[in-house]
Design a protein. Structure first.
Length: 552
């Protein structure tokens, strides 16, 4: 006999089945032998055969269903069987198994080390990479012994917190191989919410640690150098090729140090001849880019039609006369520094193209087909008012702000007259001893410090060159229009004189200079010695030599 549910399952009516068909006719062929064996065993020894087993039945339409059969033997009758359709459950189990196999495959092939362990540190699972790392399968053994080569739980172990439900992150050096690892341990919960196991993911971070140490050491070295430079800066009369110890120049040195430690773009403001390129070169020398090129470009000297080819380069055949490939300024500065002098001379169209390249979108050489994205730092310089150029529509505002990140303002020479003696000394030392450099008397120095120097340091250098070459005071005629005392030339002739020996001229010049400085410092010997760049004992010795007393 059969009930309605079985009729629905097999697709046959009770009339078609009862007394005409046997239940094995519904069993799929692959399961028939196994089911016949179970049936025979139950007939022979009901107590020894299983009471439940699974098989697959096929209905009238050929659909296969997974069935759980529960058998009961009624003495003197045929068997009574209860059939439960478990197709949905079996599908869910199969899907779960597939997911589990997929997950296990991912875990096994995960490049890091993964394991799970119980509260007593016994390993439940290790993935393939971890087994290969330790050289064995440690399931059933303590994790601290197998993985970390320890006799007891590791000092960095966070299991206590993990079994309280927390996620623990630690970094440690493994005694097994003396490499650095980062570990993340998370709780695995049971259905009741309690923490049943700990799962730990371990990643080798040795290379990262070494790089961090290198960067820390580099930063420490730079900080120490920075402190050393700052501590001596107030006593320095030069910074690289920049000469001067005035307060304005000390401020410039400070900005140079900070700018060199960054990778930001820089713009140097200053009048012509103040040394803008020297500042740019000094920043490059102190930066991490020192091993790469420093490419100076005078933007004002490039004709507008040639700007694109000069900056971006060109490929052979790009235009008439392009007989070979040529790199542009941006390619030449790759990895280094591009110095754009006279930035305000770049035309608007070129500004837009440079802006695109600077922002990381790259550029193509004329006639080229590939986009180049150089790694470069821009240091620009100008003696113009860029804000005014923006107002006039001669400079793009976005281009300006991309360049104008760290501004450095160089003072004109007329704003730092105290640096003129240092500059004179620096330039005169560049001449060989055979050049017979004429003396710079206090009167000449005074004239130099009063002059406004429209050409700044470059003009001073040229004036000294003429002075050394001509060996007379014709150079002072330059200053008369600026209001310099007219008696300077006569004072020079009186002090230096012609036909006198060098020793007496130098002695008189030295005496006059010391006397003038003493008077300016109101005969304060310490301040006078500092101004002259000598120690106090030397000053007192020279005062005695030249018979200098306050009464004078």
């Amino acid at each position: 006999m059969m009930n309605e549910k079985l009729e629905e399952l097999v697709g046959y009516s009770r009339a078609e089945v009862e007394g005409k068909m046997t239940w094995p006719e519904f069993v799929v062929s692959e399961d028939k032998e196994r089911m016949a064996m179970f049936h025979r065993d139950r007939r022979r020894d009901p107590s020894g055969a299983p009471e439940e087993y699974e098989c697959r039945l096929m209905n009238r339409e050929g659909d296969v269903h997974d069935i759980l059969i529960k058998l009961n033997m009624v003495q003197g009758t045929t068997s009574v069987a209860t059939l439960v359709n478990v197709t949905s459950r079996k599908e869910a189990e199969n899907n779960l198994k597939l997911k589990d196999d997929e997950l296990r495959g991912i875990v096994e092939n995960f490049p890091g080390h993964l394991y799970t362990c119980y509260r007593d540190f016994t390993i439940e699972f290790m993935n393939g990479h971890l087994r290969a790392h330790v050289g064995r399968d440690g399931v059933g053994k303590p994790c601290y012994a197998v993985i970390y080569n320890q006799q007891e739980p590791c000092p960095w172990c966070g299991a206590a917190d993990v079994f309280k439900g927390k996620t623990v992150r630690v970094e440690f050096m493994s005694p097994l191989d003396n490499r650095w690892y980062a570990a993340v341990s998370t709780p695995i919960r049971a259905t009741d919410g309690s923490v049943r196991k700990q799962q730990t993911l371990i990643t080798d971070v040795t290379d990262q640690k070494l790089e961090e140490k290198r960067l820390r050491d580099r930063a420490d070295s730079l900080r120490k150098e920075n402190r050393r430079l700052k501590s001596t800066m107030t006593e320095r009369y030069r910074f690289g090729d920049l000469i001067g110890k005035s307060r304005d120049m000390q401020a410039v040195y400070e900005v140079i140090l900070n700018a060199a430690a960054s990778n930001a773009n820089i713009i140097v403001y200053g009048e012509s001849g103040t040394g803008k390129e020297l500042v740019a070169r000094e920043i490059h020398r102190l930066s991490d880019r020192v091993g790469k090129g420093f490419i100076p470009v005078n933007c004002g000297a490039i004709p507008e039609p040639l700007m694109e080819s000069e900056f971006f380069g060109y490929r052979k055949g790009a235009f008439t006369g392009a007989v070979q490939n040529k790199k542009g300024f941006l390619d030449l500065a790759d990895g280094g520094t591009l110095f754009l002098d006279e930035l305000g001379e770049i035309v608007l169209g070129m500004q837009a193209k440079l802006l695109r390249a600077i922002e990381g979108n790259g550029f193509m050489a004329l006639g080229g087909k590939t986009t180049r994205k150089p790694d470069l730092r821009i240091i620009a310089a100008t003696n113009r008012d860029l804000g005014s150029l923006i107002t006039q529509g001669l400079m793009r505002e976005d281009f300006f702000y991309r360049i104008h990140i760290i501004p450095i303002r160089l003072p004109p020479l007329r704003k730092r007259p105290s640096d003129i003696p240092l500059l004179i000394d620096h330039f005169l030392k560049q001449y060989p001893s055979s050049a017979e450099v004429p003396p710079i008397t206090p009167a000449i120095l005074d004239a130099f410090q009063r002059y406004r120097w429209p050409g700044n340091v470059r003009e001073l250098q040229n004036v000294l060159h003429r002075y050394v070459t001509l060996k007379n005071l014709d150079v002072l005629e330059t200053f008369s229009a600026e209001g310099t005392l007219p008696e300077v030339a006569e004072r020079y002739r009186r002090v230096a004189g012609y036909g006198r020996d060098l020793k007496s001229v130098l002695a008189e010049t030295e005496r006059a200079h010391i006397l003038k400085t003493l008077e300016e410092m109101q005969w304060h010997r310490g301040k006078t010695a500092h101004r002259l760049g000598i120690n106090r004992r030397t000053l007192e010795r020279k005062m005695a030599l030249h018979r200098l007393r306050p009464c004078e």
